[in-house]
Design a protein around this ligand. Structure first.
Ligand SMILES: [Mg+2]
Length: 206
């Protein structure tokens, strides 16, 4: 199968790195559990422009360059890559292309391609994750964002919604083609299960 995989909060702890940067630089004490929204400006109560400025500075710091992989992600990606084609699909701004390619090449050297959809704090052309999924014939998309999950699910893509204790993607109900998952082990299991049931479905039709 072709599997699409988001980068921030799915492969790497981007938010932890940003909060460390912010708490260190501005003397705040914001924790991940406070992030009821992934839009930082909403959580802290500032303008989008203020947050954008902070992010652009953060991208140049060691906090950004030394962000840690999510627990179990490296092993799981290596395992999935044995049987599937993996595409990294991230909403990161285009200015982070080089850093993102370097991150994937060094920490997760198993991806066939990387796409930045430029959807947050980015100037220039934006593309939705579902459009990328359609173009790359993605069967399963793994993402922590409810917005991207709903976007992809609405185009018939099976979505695994990464929830590693993430307040920002909570919701009372999910469409049937979005499955909430709580660990990389569960993601690997769900991919296998989906692959099996898909094969069975095809056999039955023949
Ligand atoms: Mg993400």
């Amino acid at each position: 199968m072709n599997i699409g995989i988001d980068v921030d909060e799915v492969l790497v702890e981007h938010l932890d790195a940003f909060l460390d940067y912010h708490n260190y630089t501005y003397g705040t004490k914001i924790q991940k559990k406070d992030m009821f929204s992934y839009s930082f400006e909403k959580v802290i109560g500032e303008t989008e422009q203020d947050t954008r400025k902070k992010l652009l500075h953060f991208f140049k710091t060691d906090f950004f360059h030394n962000m840690k992989p999510i627990a179990g992600a490296r092993e799981a990606i290596a395992l999935l890559a044995k049987e599937h084609q993996l595409s990294a699909i991230t909403a990161r701004p285009s200015v982070l292309l080089e850093q993102t390619e370097q991150l994937i090449a060094t920490q997760f050297p198993y991806f066939s391609n990387i796409t930045l959809t430029n959807q947050w704090h980015g100037v220039g052309k934006k593309i939705s994750k579902s459009e990328v999924c359609i173009e790359k014939k993605i069967t399963i998309m793994v993402d922590d964002s409810l917005t991207h999950a709903m976007d992809c699910a609405s185009r018939g893509i099976h979505v695994l919604l990464a929830d590693f204790g993430y307040p920002w993607n909570q919701t009372p109900e999910l469409p049937e083609n979005i499955k909430r998952v709580h660990s990389w082990k569960q993601i690997v299991d769900e991919v296998e299960r989906y692959g099996r049931s898909n094969r069975t479905g095809k056999t039955k039709k023949v």
